[in-house]
Design a protein around this ligand. Structure first.
Ligand code: ADP
Ligand code: MG
Length: 265
């Protein structure tokens, strides 16, 4: 059975999509069978995996509305010449585009509206080791579908002044979903991203996070690295675009840490 993880944080621009895409590529690179689900109507995780969101015949939208199975809608991540390693292992992508923004309204009238992704994932469960879900920056019905499908949540967070405050809201939401809808759900860990050890405040907030969340804070730190920000414009995960970049190496380390961690589940 696949382990299903949501990458969630209701704040925008904190590194969710960068984490989902590069962790998918890194897990594939260390031999895991990965399905990446894009639950954000912006479709950035789809594009960042080399898949043109405008060309998709079926997306996660069709899956949520019961008009397509995941087996019909998924595609393979795509890279060719632009990739440093064109042969890099691929992963599967259940893509998203603007159409998904309408799902929010359309789902409301459907039965089991928050369980639709979960039910669809059950059909492909045995084909993957890991499913990673990129959530939108809100606590919407889309995010709820992600949280109801998942065994756990990976929370990317910047080490900034308001980080702890934002995390309190997310932790409360996860507790509520755990209590009412998904007893499996737990926080797998907090991933410190865009980290710059030269900034004293970041070191302080990082220490605060460790004091507050203990071993729920992953050991791996994702550094601020411009290559991570550049890779999406080539339609590639940085792990594929520039495997030797500091950011790529950090995501490979993180993939390894995660695999060890979920052996203990
Ligand atoms: P979210 O999905 O939470 O909105 P993104 O992953 O899209 O966040 O990241 C927001 C912006 O920050 C993007 O432009 C992305 O390229 C950039 N970014 C993310 N992580 C890093 C990093 N470690 N170093 C440098 N830039 C980063
Ligand atoms: Mg995003």
């Amino acid at each position: 059975m696949a382990k299903i993880f949501c990458v969630a944080n209701q704040k925008g621009g904190v590194g969710k999509t960068t984490t989902t895409v590069n962790l998918s590529a890194a897990l594939a690179a260390i031999g895991q069978r990965v399905l990446m689900v894009d639950l954000d109507p912006q479709g950035n995780a789809t594009m960042g995996s080399g898949v043109d969101k405008r060309q998709l015949a079926n997306t996660v939208y069709d899956v949520l509305l019961g008009e397509s199975s995941i087996a019909q809608a998924r595609v393979s991540s795509a890279w060719g010449e632009a990739a440093a390693k064109p042969q890099s292992p691929k992963y599967h992508v259940l893509g998203a585009n603007r159409e998904l923004a309408g799902a929010e309204v359309e789902l409301v009238s459907l039965a089991q509206r928050e369980m639709r992704l979960k039910l669809a994932l059950q059909e492909v469960d045995t084909e993957y080791d890991i499913v990673l879900i990129d959530c939108p920056p809100s606590l919407s019905l889309l995010t709820l579908n992600g949280l109801c499908s998942a065994n756990g949540v990976i929370v990317p967070t910047q080490c900034e002044y308001f980080a702890l405050e934002g995390l309190t809201d997310l932790v409360n939401t996860i507790k509520q979903v755990h209590a009412n809808l998904n007893h499996d759900l737990k926080i797998i860990g907090l991933l410190r991203v865009m980290f710059d050890p030269r900034i004293t405040l970041q070191m302080q907030v990082s220490d605060q996070l460790k004091a507050h969340f203990g071993d729920k804070v992953f050991n791996t730190l994702i550094p601020r690295n411009v290559r991570l920000a550049e890779a999406p414009s080539y339609g590639l995960p940085c792990v594929v675009f520039d495997p030797s970049a500091k950011g790529s190496l950090a995501f490979i380390d993180f993939a390894k840490e995660l695999v060890v961690r979920f052996e203990s589940f």
